[in-house]
Write a protein that binds this ligand. Structure first.
Ligand code: 13P
Length: 251
């Protein structure tokens, strides 16, 4: 059985005081006894150390939003996997569409980061997804196929089950326009079929595939009820304890 994973991508929101407030709220409202998913928060890097102190001895896992693939060196502005491990991270979001479009990250770079995360014992939350234009011109599957083949190049069959794939259609991110459960399920099923061709069906069946893009308390249960949707990567709705908790409790 795949475990569902609900992760909050805080993006570039929340100073330290806001982070303390939000994490305290999530902890207070988390119904630990009936929790049947993993919960992860991914605050901005400057908040990770504080966040780690607060999530210790709680079921909340900690993730970063990005990292570089070298351990150390003259890479101004970058953060390495060992640094993330040292502040208590277990997860790292890689290849988010905002990294791809705004910061020009390509599949090849994202692939190096995925390989490094796995080698360092971090769970990569590997993001893929098509733009509106790509969906409208009928290339969703081929776009996703390239992102998977290139982004997961060199990932072994043993390691693939340690990867979380996040399908985030770019047109659904921050727009309030959610993919319908059927639209999302169709692509999730395609992703699992691809993983099955690459790694065999046993492995593919064990990979967590999250949906992301305007997930809210109102649509979470229906999306999470689809057979191949194994969790959510939540943006806007994870910035308030109440709405993040409602999504978690919808599992
Ligand atoms: P929204 O939930 O704000 O659409 O953001 C989704 C996202 O990009 C999560 O990584």
């Amino acid at each position: 059985m795949r475990k569902k994973v609900i992760a909050g991508n805080w993006k570039m929101y929340m100073d330290i005081a806001g982070a303390v407030n939000l994490i305290t709220g999530i902890k207070a409202g988390l119904n630990k006894d009936s929790l049947n998913c993993d919960v992860v928060i991914c605050p901005p890097a400057v908040n990770l150390e504080t966040a780690n102190e607060l999530v210790k001895n709680s079921p909340i896992g900690l993730g970063a939003q990005n990292m570089y693939f070298e351990d150390q060196g003259a890479f101004t502005g970058e953060i390495s996997a060992p640094m993330l491990k040292a502040v208590g991270c277990g997860y790292v979001i890689l290849g988010h569409s905002e990294r791809r479009t705004i910061f020009g990250e390509k599949d090849e770079l994202i692939n190096k980061k995925v390989i490094k995360a796995l080698a360092s014992g971090l769970t990569p939350i590997f993001c893929i997804g098509e733009t509106l234009e790509e969906r409208e011109n009928g290339t969703t599957f081929s776009v996703v196929k390239t992102q998977i083949t290139e982004g997961l190049k060199g990932v072994s069959a043993d390691d693939i089950t340690k990867v979380i794939v996040a399908y985030e259609p770019v047109w659904a991110i921050g727009t309030g326009k959610t993919a319908s459960p059927e639209q999302a399920q169709e692509v999730h099923k395609y992703i699992r079929t691809m993983l099955s061709e690459m790694y065999g069906s046993d492995k593919a069946d064990s990979v967590t595939i999250q949906y992301g893009g305007s997930v809210k308390p109102e649509n979470a249960a229906e999306l999470l009820g689809q057979p191949d949707i194994d969790g959510a990567l939540v943006g806007g709705a994870c910035l308030k304890a109440d709405s993040f908790l409602a999504i978690i409790h919808a599992v």
